[in-house]
Design a protein around this ligand. Structure first.
Ligand code: PRX
Length: 656
């Protein structure tokens, strides 16, 4: 979003005060910020009482930058806080999940009691396959309940899950398995997408050709397709899990026991294994779920429309909601599986009251027209959330008006894989909201916007977002690479965590996020690095050099534009350009994921470079976004960039 747009909205003074009726019932009361400010560490210790401890911690924060330990001498079992406690305290018959399949009419209802039995069985099956404390287990699954049983069973054993989004390629899966030395994989034969089965197991089989240390693969049967099978290594879920006892005695582990690894893109070609530990992470996801989403577990039906393959799914489908004991909808399909009104059907059928999704989805739903939601009863909704990228004011207003009937507060939640849980967001009932602003840090969280030298900027000014104090759910590092952890996040502004986002404080001092300031792109809320895509492109035999930029896009927030120079073999030279471009787009899709497929590839004889040989991505971004070019005097050959701009125009007009 441009600053000019923000200014324009602010001039209209478009701020919404908290709804009085909502405020009267809200979980968060106005004193909460001051309560936390008095002693933030003690405040977090109090919040840690949301967990079920085997032995309560006597320590709180131990902080030696960049390493934090929270509640370190306490012991607990993560899955007990999520599941067992609810059964034990008489909430076993409450629905944990209404699982809704891609196909209309197919669904499953899972109570907390049933969830407990399934998690225990899965844990017993994993033990039989050889999983023990500290082992890494890769999870490559569609949005089916077994994915959640698996995550909870893994942490129940003190093992570590690494969930890899099922849209990633075999190569991406293999590199993640190898990086954290996963010895086990849990997957499914396939998934459903708009009614059609799409195989998953072949990608696992291909990935495992380069991962010889994986000893067992557990496979859920979801489709009817044939699958390749390696005897001794592969096991059907229904053969191994279903015959297990549904009793499993949980062990208690130390609060800082590693719980999961989640790979995310940084500024290099190699994704980083961000890892989180147990009690700090669980405390903050549970606390933020309680206050930001204002959940009332007895009556709410919550729907976080995200995939478990991303951090949003971990924190706000699995751990945060389950600790709070809420009822959720878990949906397998796409927004238009079965028709473009599918979401509204699900909301009205299940009486969803809290909906959490990404701006890119809101924009897609918006394109499909307000008539679709208008023809359903959405009166059950009482709170809306957004996450993943800056939300443009138009989409925010559409969401508020057409989905929230101008009465549901919208929480614009800023956070990252690394932060584990929400750090900045309005609190419904307390904080006023503005279309496109995350507003302020949550209680117990301290952020600032700083200039290039690390000095805090004033109201009305922009800079970089930093976090100034440690927080419970902060990542404990990059798996296997402590130096990179310090260099990436803690070295740019000494003593502060540098998030990689630009931000601005408006004249009222409220916070607006402006997007990444590094080489990380945000495509439909998915993080990808420019180098990662360049790396994939130059892996194609016809490519000599590639430069990738994220250009703004009306639906996906940003879209990938690649500038490529070719080294054509005689055979390739025969092909026309359109065919080569399509081949390159497919190549990126199969090397990384369909998410990474460039929107546009411009074939060019040269790339703009500085005299020291660095590709000037800034200029290419200007070209991709059709802006006038900035300073070109440092280029070896300033004519190159004009030539590329010309190619871009030709390309655009040939597409019209
Ligand atoms: O640029 C910010 C953007 O998403 C990045 C984090 O991406 P990831 O680790 O994949 O986690 C996404 C889900 C938490 C951030 O650096 N981002 C996330 N939420 C917002 C946002 N940008 C603006 N507003 C948000 N609410």
């Amino acid at each position: 979003m441009t600053e000019a747009k923000i200014e324009a909205w602010l001039e209209e003074d478009r701020a919404f005060a908290p709804h009085e009726e909502f405020a009267a019932q809200a979980n968060a009361q106005p004193s909460i910020y001051a309560d936390a400010d008095r002693d933030p560490v003690a405040w977090w210790r109090q919040q840690a009482n949301r967990l079920t401890w085997a032995s309560e911690p006597t320590t709180t924060l131990e902080w030696e930058l960049p390493n934090a330990r929270w509640f370190a001498d306490g012991t607990l079992n993560a899955s007990v806080s999520c599941v067992d406690v609810h059964v034990k305290e008489g909430r076993g018959s409450r629905v944990a999940f209404h699982w809704v399949a891609d196909a209309e009419g197919e669904s499953r209802t899972i109570t907390y009691h049933e969830l407990s039995r399934q998690v225990n069985r899965t844990a017993n099956a994993l033990i039989e396959l050889g999983v023990t404390k500290g082992d890494r287990v890769a999870v490559y699954m569609p949005m089916i309940p077994e994915a959640i049983f698996t995550m909870l069973a893994v942490v129940r054993l003190g093992a570590i899950h690494s969930v890899v989004f099922a849209g990633f390629s075999a190569e991406a899966l293999a590199s993640r398995i190898l990086d954290s030395d996963c010895r086990f994989v849990v997957t499914a034969d396939g998934a459903f997408r708009r009614g059609a089965p799409s195989p998953l197991k072949p990608a696992v089989d291909e990935a495992l050709t380069s991962c010889p240390d994986v000893s067992a693969v557990l496979v859920v049967k979801r489709t009817d397709g044939d699958v390749g099978w390696v005897e001794g290594r592969d096991h059907w879920w229904h053969d191994v899990v279903e015959r297990q006892s549904d009793v499993h005695e949980p062990e208690a582990f130390g609060a800082e026991t590693p719980m999961f690894i989640m790979y995310t893109s940084g500024t290099t070609a190699k994704p980083k294994g961000i890892f989180h530990t147990t009690a700090g992470y669980l405390t903050q996801v549970a606390t933020t779920y309680h206050y930001v989403f204002d959940v009332k577990p007895e009556t709410d039906v919550c729907w976080t429309a995200a995939d478990i393959g991303w951090i949003t799914g971990h924190s706000y489908i699995v751990y945060g909601p389950l600790i709070n004991g809420v009822t959720q909808v878990m949906y397998e399909g796409l927004p238009d599986s079965g028709g473009r009104d599918r979401w509204w059907k699900i909301i009205s059928e299940h009486r969803v009251s809290i909906l959490y999704t990404a701006p890119t989805t809101i924009r897609t739903l918006m394109k499909w027209g307000h008539q679709l939601p208008a023809s359903f009863d959405l009166s059950s909704l009482r709170l809306l959330g957004t996450v993943g990228e800056p939300i443009n004011p138009e989409a925010w207003m559409w969401y508020r008006k057409n989905i929230g009937a101008n009465r549901c507060p919208i929480v614009d939640t800023w956070w990252q894989t690394e932060t584990g849980a929400i750090l900045c967001s309005p609190l419904p009932g307390i904080t006023a909201t503005k279309p496109g602003a995350a507003m302020r840090a949550l209680p117990g969280i301290y952020v600032a916007v700083v200039d290039n030298d690390g000095n805090e900027v004033g109201h009305g000014e922009g800079g970089y977002l930093v976090v100034t104090h440690p927080w419970p759910s902060m990542t404990r590092g990059i798996w296997g690479d402590p130096d990179r952890f310090f260099d990436t996040y803690w070295s740019r502004f000494p003593g502060k965590y540098f998030a990689g986002d630009g931000a601005k404080l408006d004249p009222d001092g409220d916070l607006w996020l402006l997007g990444r300031v590094d080489d990380v792109m945000n495509i439909s809320g998915h993080r990808l690095s420019t180098t990662e895509v360049e790396h994939a492109l130059v892996g194609h035999h016809a490519v000599a050099e590639a430069a990738v930029v994220g250009a703004s896009d009306d639906t996906t927030g940003q879209a990938i534009v690649a500038f490529v120079t070719l080294k054509l073999s005689a055979e390739d030279a025969e092909k026309d350009q359109a065919r080569i471009i399509e081949e390159l787009r497919q190549h990126v899709s199969s090397t990384i994921s369909p998410i990474a497929k460039p929107r546009q590839i411009i074939l060019t004889p040269d790339l703009p470079k500085t005299r020291s040989g660095k590709i000037m991505r800034r200029l290419l971004r200007d070209v991709a976004e059709n802006r006038s070019l900035g300073d070109v005097t440092t280029l070896t050959d300033p004519t190159v960039v004009n030539m590329i701009a010309g190619l871009m125009e030709t390309h655009a007009s040939s597409e019209d």
